[in-house]
Design a protein around this ligand. Structure first.
Ligand code: SF4
Ligand code: SF4
Length: 369
């Protein structure tokens, strides 16, 4: 079957407008709800309110829950956020209110039974997946349009990392060290979970230092598809980030996809540099590049209040509070979990000095063209 992507213009989070936009997107892709037990997997990465544009907006969740209620579905909303404090994150992101309004069950995946699942992917062979993902009749994947410090873009496929409860998510960066490996890992996970409906909150996205440190950017779209890869292809074209490795990996599939709607690109900028996406290097040099060339987390001490969140999220014994965060460069695998979680913006990604000089030179050469 030819995958269809719907792109519906929607320029605000007004409840009625979003409801009509989601309905139109579902009509475009001819999606009908037959299932009774539905699990919504939003992107609630960290405890932040909707204005930060780091989390799926409650208006989108409201629209989807309203449509599911009209179809007599039993609704569950589930997530495992980056810092394992999903319940707090649900509250701040406005998800708890939506769950109450629609009598939906709210699940923090780290408190659910993990099921050891045979993924049988090229990189990901097995993983613990939250039980509700396995047992629901229908999974609806509802990511937020955001840039991503490691992947370039956090789209529909990447959002599925949150089906893994707790610290396992961070440990995936050990299995998949390079961007190429990580791309394959999330594609492996997608092929296992295969949500049958994907809806992207692209009304106001996050530009720059996503997935949590960027700036809100009005983009004006609700996108939907039964195929998350197809959706990500058009998402990347919408925000002009087709030069990422992830895009190059999924692009061959593009000619098979039918787009309903018109996409007017809105240029986003990502914090990743071409060093992060070292596709031009042989494998051994990719690892060298990741270890010695690409940016590493560093502290701005004046901003740090010693809250300890960064230490809690680091699963690699590479960050200890003494009493300020102290990085063990040797152990750090550059997953950027500490950078993403810091509520005070006290951690930044410091580029290696050689990389900085080469990037400057590259920019100078490009400006001459
Ligand atoms: S760096 Fe950020 S997360 Fe870590 S202790 Fe300081 S304020 Fe907290
Ligand atoms: S120090 Fe930060 S970037 Fe390094 S492994 Fe720990 S959480 Fe990841």
């Amino acid at each position: 079957m030819v995958p269809v992507v719907s792109a519906v213009s929607c320029d605000s989070y007004d409840l009625e407008l979003v409801y009509n936009s989601v309905k139109k997107a579902l009509d475009d892709i001819d999606f009908k709800f037959k299932e009774k037990s539905v699990l919504i997997k939003p992107n609630i990465v960290t405890p932040l309110s909707p204005e930060h544009a780091a989390t799926t907006h409650p208006s989108i969740l409201d629209a989807v829950c309203r449509i599911l209620t009209e179809n007599n579905c039993k609704i569950t909303i589930g997530e495992s956020s980056g810092d394992d404090k999903t319940i707090n994150a649900f509250e701040l992101a406005g998800v708890k209110d939506i769950a109450e309004k629609y009598n939906a069950q709210l699940l923090s995946f780290e408190l659910c039974r993990p099921i050891l699942s045979e993924i049988n992917g090229k990189i990901l062979k097995s993983a613990y997946i939250a039980e509700p993902i396995i047992n629901s009749d229908l999974v609806i994947n509802i990511p937020k349009l955001k840039t991503h410090a490691f992947m370039g873009l956090s789209g529909a496929v990447k959002n599925l990392l949150g089906v893994m409860p707790g610290a396992q998510k961070q440990k995936m960066h050990v299995k998949a060290v390079t961007m190429q490996e990580f791309t394959q890992l999330i594609l492996d996970l997608y092929n296992f979970v295969k949500p049958r409906l994907n809806i992207i909150d692209g009304i106001i996205g996050m530009d720059g230092g996503g997935p949590v440190k960027g700036k809100p950017k009005k983009t004006g779209y609700v996108l939907a598809s039964t195929d998350a890869i197809a959706l990500d292809i058009f998402l990347q074209e919408l925000v002009g980030l087709q030069d990422s490795y992830y895009y190059s990996k999924i692009k061959p599939y593009r000619q098979e996809i039918k787009l309903k709607g018109i996409i007017s690109p809105v240029k986003y900028n990502t914090a990743t540099s071409f060093f992060d996406d070292s596709r031009f290097l042989p494998y051994k040099l990719k690892r060298f590049n990741r270890e010695f060339v690409i940016g590493r987390p560093s502290l701005i001490r004046d901003k740090c209040d010693k809250c300890g969140l960064c230490e809690q999220i680091c699963k690699f014994d590479s960050l200890k509070l003494k009493p300020y965060p102290n990085f063990n460069r040797h152990n750090c695998i550059k997953c950027y979990g500490c950078y993403e979680i810091c509520p005070k913006n006290a951690i930044f990604i410091e580029k290696n000095i050689i990389a900085r000089q080469i990037l400057k030179l590259r920019e100078a050469v490009l400006s001459l063209k």
